[in-house]
Ligand binder design. Structure first.
Ligand SMILES: Cc1ncc(COP(=O)(O)O)c(C=O)c1O
Length: 512
């Protein structure tokens, strides 16, 4: 059965027979307590958590356990009865109505407002099985430990993890943990962490978010699933960049979305290729396109936002490595330009701290906040309290800001070392995406083999470099020139390792 979540109230496990209802009352909510109880029980019925004839707690049990007056519980039940969701059997109890139409038991993902879930049309397509791309995904990576230099992408520098500060925060929190480790906590995440993130996002990314809009997730990957489960049903059109980050595309595809790839050029996503359909979702990486590394121009951003407004689409903005910008001032995230709440912003601590923490966050449009909280509860009841608490303290103490400044400088030096080494060993090189992020893309010059071959020869010589496929990028157009693009992650290697690795790669390519 479901877990339990509270905000500012005692643990509200509501039991009746075998049923435990997880009801989340928020004092900050503008809605009355009675309406919150009504809404949440109705949602549980509509999304199938509660089914016909399931028993409900008595109003006395409900009021005792939620800490509300009996009258509040009675009024909520009366409305549920009046609207046909539940019924009472004299001397027996209260039950979910057995005769609700089947269409009630649909995902009520969007019942938080505005963008309401529609009943399935008769001719709605059957869920599609994950397509070919997902089936070909390699689950195990080759053993990279034997490599002399590994330019693999997406991994931060292990030596820069702030281990000492982190262990101090963990120890301090453990000492005062009290019941935090033995109780269910707010599925949306620790309030202190959400507050710290909101404070960080405003100056760093131009995203003004209320902590209530933030849901802590297990990295962007968990965020993709959360958003996907709310907004994607079989047949939903999902716009993705071509090429794009496969982790997001696979999630959308596995939920039955119809993928709609739109090509990338120097200005980012080609918005002239957006579909003219309603209720689509679009997955984009505007700050540092994955994998190519270009930044979406302001013009395109504005066009993308107006497309979303016109067609009631939602945009998933994956801002995975935006902490690292080496040229000019930080760019405002797409979410910072979003006046109509069409953007769902995804951030992660995987790149600026480490993916082992499995911590990230979603900034939800206000009208979807409740749906997001409920879905997060359904999926896994929230993230580990301890890591969230340590991260909150690390941010609040100012150490996070200092850590970011330190690694930004270090990564810039490593980026420079890579550009210098490429120029030294290969002459003039055409590169993309070197102004930001943790990897750059090198367009292989004529005279060198294609990226897959360069990768194979590099591996044989103990140097790891990535073709787009190895770098977790999915291509939809075989003629996009992507087979001549090589991804080079530069942050996890010292300047010396970078110079030696590129020298070695050059040697391997010359000698074969
Ligand atoms: C573009 C992009 N988005 C998201 C992620 C996933 O990050 P997380 O560890 O937060 O799930 C990655 C990981 O490499 C990535 O490259």
């Amino acid at each position: 059965m479901m877990g339990i979540s509270t905000i500012g109230r005692p643990v509200p496990v509501v039991r009746s027979g075998h049923v435990q209802l997880s009801i989340l009352l928020r004092e900050s909510d503008k809605s009355t307590l009675q309406n919150q109880i009504f809404d949440q029980i109705r949602s549980m019925i509509l999304n199938g958590q509660l089914r016909g004839d399931d028993p409900l707690p008595t109003t006395r049990e409900l009021s005792n356990q939620l800490g509300v007056s009996r009258n509040t519980a009675v009024l909520a039940y009366e409305r549920l009865i009046a609207e046909g969701y539940i019924r009472t059997k004299p001397y027996v109890g209260t039950f979910v109505s057995p005769d609700l139409p089947d269409t009630a038991f649909l995902s009520s993902a969007n019942n938080g407002g505005g963008h309401a879930a529609e009943p399935a049309a008769e001719d709605e397509p059957e869920p599609v099985a994950p397509g070919g791309a997902l089936r070909t995904h390699r689950l195990a990576d080759p053993d990279r430990r034997r490599l002399v230099a590994d330019f693999w992408v997406g991994r931060p520098d292990p030596r820069s993890f702030p281990l000492k500060a982190w262990s101090q925060h963990i120890k301090a929190r453990l000492k005062t943990a009290g019941s935090k480790l033995t109780s269910y906590n707010d599925p949306a995440g620790l309030l202190e962490l959400r507050q710290a993130i909101a404070k960080h996002l405003a100056p760093a990314r131009g995203v003004i978010a209320d902590p209530d809009q933030i849901i802590i997730v297990g990295g962007c990957q968990d965020g993709f699933n959360l958003v996907g489960r709310l907004l994607v049903k079989p047949g939903t059109t999902a716009v993705i960049e071509s090429p794009c980050y496969q982790g997001a595309a696979f999630v959308l595809e596995s939920l039955g979305a119809k993928l709609h790839p739109a090509p990338i050029d120097h200005d980012g996503l080609d918005v002239s290729r957006l579909p003219h359909v309603r209720d689509a979702v679009a997955y984009v990486t505007p700050s540092h396109q994955y994998p190519i590394g270009v930044t979406m121009s302001l013009q395109r951003r504005i066009e993308l936002l107006s497309w979303a407004t016109q067609y009631d689409a939602y945009i998933m903005e994956d801002d995975y490595d935006s902490d690292f910008r080496f040229v000019g001032s930080p760019l405002t995230a797409l979410k910072g330009l979003d006046r109509n709440e069409r953007v769902i912003y995804l951030g992660t601590f995987s790149k600026c701290m480490g993916p082992g923490l499995r911590l990230g966050y979603v900034v939800a449009p206000r009208r979807l906040v409740d749906s997001f909280r409920r879905m997060k509860m359904l999926m896994n009841n929230g993230q580990s309290w301890l890591e969230q608490a340590a991260m909150a303290d690390f941010m609040a103490s100012g150490e996070f800001g200092r850590h970011l400044r330190r690694i930004r400088q270090l990564y810039r030096e490593r980026r420079d070392a890579l550009l210098n080494a490429l120029a030294k060993h290969f002459g003039h090189c055409e590169v993309f995406g070197d102004q930001a992020g943790m990897h750059l893309v090198w367009k292989l010059p004529e005279g060198l083999p294609d990226a897959a071959e360069v990768e194979a020869r590099g591996l044989a010589a103990g140097v790891g470099v990535c073709s787009l496929a190895t770098g977790s990028a999915l291509r939809f157009d075989k003629n996009d020139g992507g087979d001549r693009l090589l991804m080079l992650g530069f942050v996890a290697l010292t300047e010396k390792e970078i110079e030696d690795g590129i020298a070695r790669l050059a040697g391997a390519l010359r000698s074969s």
